[in-house]
Design a protein around this ligand. Structure first.
Ligand SMILES: NC(=O)c1ccc[n+]([C@@H]2O[C@H](COP(=O)([O-])OP(=O)(O)OC[C@H]3O[C@@H](n4cnc5c(N)ncnc54)[C@H](OP(=O)(O)O)[C@@H]3O)[C@@H](O)[C@H]2O)c1
Length: 278
């Protein structure tokens, strides 16, 4: 049966790759974004009955609710919610202001909260649905310059895994996606935000911009292929709870998990024996 996908940040990058794959698979898409003209321009040839364009800044809770209501008016159901919208604040933690970190959370974490709050009642009524939350390798491994970005993605992972245990009883599945480097606009100068404070001690190793901007336009992975993979995952009876996307993601995440297991084994004796004699 054809599904209805609701995708945030559908006007570029992974959001577009996922939406186009869903449309190719015969599904319908609610393509949302802050700049509707930009989103519309990405899908010039899609038949009107298969796509709805809906205004949505995910940081705005009221807009999230209104966008879900509009999607329901248009298609009457939401089968797959893809929380994809996001941006990256990059630089050393000491060079970030609290306001910059709060803004990063407002989009990357609270955006997901707003959409899950708005969509879960719909999926509960349907007794079915699949929420796909786009995290990152930085959501499972601590990466230099990614303190705030990584914190938002770790938070998305914790949120997803916890809520999954609550809504499974209603037939609702949740998958967290940890993409490696995909060729998108994420590191584009217009989208990435660099830390604003100068702390001289960090100057010798160069700026975050020096380190990260060279990846812009050279990322190895193709958003269209992630889209194809997620369309397959959305058909699975037992989809993965966590899905690492890209060989680079696997080669960073796998050793990090193995190192954690190794640490746990090495310190097992210290970890055990915490029971008190109350
Ligand atoms: N590309 C990668 O290598 C990579 C790796 C790991 C994780 N990710 C994650 O993948 C997701 C998509 O990023 P991308 O790589 O596709 O980058 P992108 O091309 O820059 O796309 C990001 C999208 O998010 C939208 N967005 C940003 N803030 C928003 C807000 N407040 N409300 C609504 N939409 C907003 C942008 O819309 P505007 O056009 O309005 O700015 C844009 O469409 C992000 O969550 C990112 O963290 C990407």
């Amino acid at each position: 049966m054809s599904k209805v996908w609701f995708i945030t940040g559908a006007g570029s990058g992974l959001g577009t790759g996922i939406a186009q794959a869903a449309l190719r698979g015969g599904d319908r898409v609610v393509a949302t974004g802050r700049n509707l003209e930009k989103v519309r321009n990405v899908y010039p040839d899609v038949a009107q009955e298969n796509i709805a364009f809906v205004q949505l800044d995910v940081a705005n809770e009221a807009q999230a609710k209104a966008a879900v209501d509009e999607a329901m008016k248009r298609f009457g159901r939401i089968d797959v919610l893809v929380n994809n919208a996001g941006y990256s604040l990059l630089g050393n933690f000491e060079q970030m202001t609290t306001a910059e970190i709060q803004q990063q959370f407002a989009t990357n974490f609270y955006g997901v909260v707003h959409l899950m709050h708005a969509v879960l009642p719909v999926m509960r009524r349907q007794r079915s649905g699949h929420i796909i939350n786009i995290s990152s390798v930085a959501g499972v491994v601590g990466l230099k310059h990614c303190a705030a970005y990584g914190a938002t993605k770790f938070a998305v992972e914790g949120l997803s895994l916890s809520v999954a245990t609550e809504v499974e009883q209603f037939g609702i599945k949740i998958t967290v996606v940890e993409p490696g480097f995909f060729r998108t606009d994420l590191l584009d100068a217009q989208n990435v935000r660099w830390v604003s404070k100068v702390v001289e001690d960090y100057a010798a190793e160069g700026t975050a911009e020096d380190m990260w901007s060279k990846y812009s336009g050279t990322q190895p992975n193709d958003p269209a292929k992630l889209g194809e993979a997620l369309v397959k995952i959305a058909t699975m009876q037992h989809p993965p709870k966590i899905f690492a996307a890209g060989s680079d993601a696997l080669s960073t995440i796998t050793p990090a998990i193995e190192e954690r297991l190794q640490d746990m084994r090495v310190h097992e004796t210290l970890s055990k024996g915490m029971e008190g004699s109350f």
